[in-house]
Design a protein around this ligand. Structure first.
Ligand code: GZL
Length: 381
């Protein structure tokens, strides 16, 4: 029998709303049904008492839908079927790892790491934390180093969607399961083989929502530029695809240039300065993250622009960017919620208690607009 549960519950700092879990008994059936159809099982009553009383989704309450893991046998991923089986551990006593990819001068990164530290503290977990400082080789070294020092399960935020294979192979060889959050391993994503699964946003949808916000902010007419995220990252490709698709039917929005600012504020500023030189008439900017958008604001200010001269739509939900809406420099922010600690540890728990983890758990993100920025700035990170 297929039983799908639509949970509406709070997990630590993050309320997970609409998490649909297919247990091992229904994994084979789920294989043929997409995430959307499984979340339609809303008629099933919530199973937790928190469900009935929890508040509606907010920016701190991402919803997750899930896809089943295409593991051998079609089951959701557990310690029993991960890469041929790994040792069962007690999460309370084992050493666990969190491998952060990027520098934490980006609030997305510091909020993400903090959510792991806070949740580990709350649960009494022993957590080893590394930060690769935006260097792929360092991230490989960090993950291998954790394996070498006896860490039993590792959560990673991949710096690039491809290239971490040496670390993944080392962890697999030593029977240390890896769980992936925030960026998707594309070429090397082998759920229940070299990683348990992925939890993160729907980045195409974020881009689509950014495109719709851009059409609204500009009335459908703009000379726009895009500050792309880092190359080799699924987030960049997906956010651009969603945006391009969304504005495709609005001929009045011309994309004059697309250039990478590497998800970095300083680079976002430098790229915007260059773009203002080559396209002095640009009046709209789509930034793939808030740090680059804030760099763009600095460049606009230096160029003598006033709030509203150039429309800006961005993605993340940092306090600085939401304040930018209040101050009139930014038109809209699509949220990308980085507080993965509770969801990641809950997934590890399901991995070890036999309930199993789906290949992908997609969270739902909120949005900041001119209408809600003042009221919701407290929810921003
Ligand atoms: C999102 C992510 C992005 C954030 C950035 O999951 O990987 O990377 O938008 C970050 O701020 O650098």
């Amino acid at each position: 029998m297929h039983v799908s549960r639509r949970l509406r519950t709070t997990v630590g700092a993050i309320a997970v709303v609409g998490l649909t879990l297919g247990g091992t008994a229904c994994a084979k059936k789920d294989k043929t049904s997409d995430a959307k159809s499984t979340t339609k099982d809303a008629a099933v009553a919530p199973t937790s008492s928190a469900a009935a009383t929890s508040a509606p989704a907010s920016s701190t309450a991402p919803a997750a839908t899930s896809e089943p893991a295409p593991a051998a046998g079609g089951d959701n991923c557990t310690y029993k079927n991960y890469a041929g089986g790994v040792e069962k551990i007690d999460l309370k006593t084992a050493k666990l790892g969190w491998a952060q990819s990027e520098k934490e001068n980006n609030p997305f990164r510091s909020a993400e790491t903090q959510s792991f530290k806070d949740e580990a503290k709350k649960l009494g977990y022993n957590l080893v934390v590394t930060n690769a400082g935006s260097d792929l080789n360092q991230e490989i070294t960090d993950i291998k180093g954790m394996v070498a020092q006896g860490v039993k399960a590792i959560v990673i935020s991949p710096l690039k969607s491809d290239g971490l294979q040496p670390a993944l192979e080392e962890a697999k060889a030593k029977k240390v399961p890896v769980f992936t959050v925030d960026r998707l391993l594309t070429d090397s994503f082998k759920p229940c083989d070299n990683n348990i699964g992925f939890a993160g946003s729907n980045f195409v949808d974020q881009g689509k929502r950014a495109g719709e916000a851009m059409i609204k902010a500009t009335g459908g007419t703009a000379k726009a530029v895009t500050l792309l995220g880092a190359a080799g990252v699924n987030v960049t490709d997906d956010r651009n695809k969603g945006y391009r698709d969304a504005i495709a039917g609005t001929a009045g929005i011309k994309v004059l240039a697309e250039q990478s600012g590497d998800f970095d504020r300083t680079k976002g500023q430098a790229v915007t300065e260059q773009l203002l030189q080559s396209h002095p008439d640009l009046n709209a900017i789509y930034a793939h993250n808030d740090e680059m958008a804030l760099g763009a604001v600095a460049a606009l200010k230096a160029a003598g622009k006033k709030p509203g001269d150039v429309h800006i739509i961005t993605i993340d939900g940092t306090k600085g960017a939401v304040q930018g809406i209040i101050d009139g420099w930014i038109d809209g922010v699509i949220e990308s919620n980085p507080r993965f600690g509770p969801l990641a540890f809950a997934s590890l728990d399901k991995f070890y208690n036999g309930e199993g983890v789906p290949a992908k758990q997609i969270i739902q993100d909120a949005e900041y607009t001119k209408d809600n920025a003042k009221e919701k700035v407290g929810e921003a990170y």
